[in-house]
Design a protein. Structure first.
Length: 256
């Protein structure tokens, strides 16, 4: 499959327009702001612990800064950022009419899909990689547990991959980028909050709702645990969304 030309084309489109730079800058500014808040809060608690040694036992830089940043901030920010990365991938080509030209090339629909998906995933990976400056800053001042840091980033990558797959599906169904972004956000938000209902449902229905929740499957990663069930969940989520996107492309090719 000729994936590389599609991937290269999409990466050039990202960085030849303000979209990538705007999203990356906004992402880093927001994450940096919350990192600053957590860092200052932890510093103040450390100063109080110096005067009261009993408090020092509960102080941990991983629990005080890294885990909250991953679980409560970065993952939520990703929920808002992912639709921006995927909204134009197919919608723009449908609106301009180039999708028909693209699908008539001697390239399989799967190659087009994978190339675009990998480009969005690569850009997201760049965004995550740039946030490594914050753990490095922490490691300069305190002892950092690298295990939870690694699993946290792995969880964010898998979660982001699932988000991007949904974004591609929404983009393949409409020619309006705003509609694609909004539809992506709504679907992801549903899977984000569905686990909250599990606390009030109970029984088999509660377990099903909890299993479907995107955020519940991230908790283990933020704690430094790689659970195969969570990995399989995100993998299945990605495969299903990409499969539906492929069917959407094939249906458009069939319609001519």
């Amino acid at each position: 499959m000729k994936v590389w030309p599609i991937f290269k084309k999409e990466m050039l489109l990202y960085f030849s327009s303000p979209v990538a730079y705007a999203v990356i800058t906004l992402f880093l500014l927001i994450v940096g702001y919350f990192f600053y808040l957590y860092f200052v809060s932890f510093t103040l608690m450390s100063m109080q612990a110096a005067m009261n040694p009993g408090l020092a036992r509960d102080l941990n830089v991983t629990d005080g800064i890294v885990r909250p940043l991953f679980a409560n901030i970065v993952s939520i920010i990703v929920l808002f950022m992912m639709p921006m990365l995927t909204m134009r991938l197919f919608a723009e080509e449908r609106k301009s009419g180039t999708i028909e030209l693209l699908l008539t090339y001697p390239v399989r629909d799967g190659a087009v899909l994978i190339g675009k998906y990998l480009a969005a995933l690569a850009l997201y990976g760049i965004m995550l990689a740039l946030t490594l400056v914050y753990p490095v800053m922490i490691a300069y001042f305190a002892r950092l547990e690298w295990g939870p840091l690694f699993t946290g980033y792995l969880g964010l990558l898998l979660m982001g991959g699932a988000f991007l797959a949904v974004g591609l599906l929404a983009s393949s169904l409409t020619e309006n980028q705003i509609v694609a972004a909004f539809a992506t956000f709504v679907v992801l938000l549903i899977f984000w909050v569905i686990g909250w209902s599990a606390d009030y449902t109970g029984g088999l229905a509660g377990r099903v709702l909890s299993h479907l929740s995107l955020v519940d499957h991230f908790e283990s990663f933020s704690k430094g645990v790689i659970d195969s069930r969570d990995v399989i969940y995100y993998a299945d989520f990605m495969v299903l969304a990409l499969f539906l996107t492929l069917r959407s492309l094939e249906a458009r090719r069939w319609k001519g």
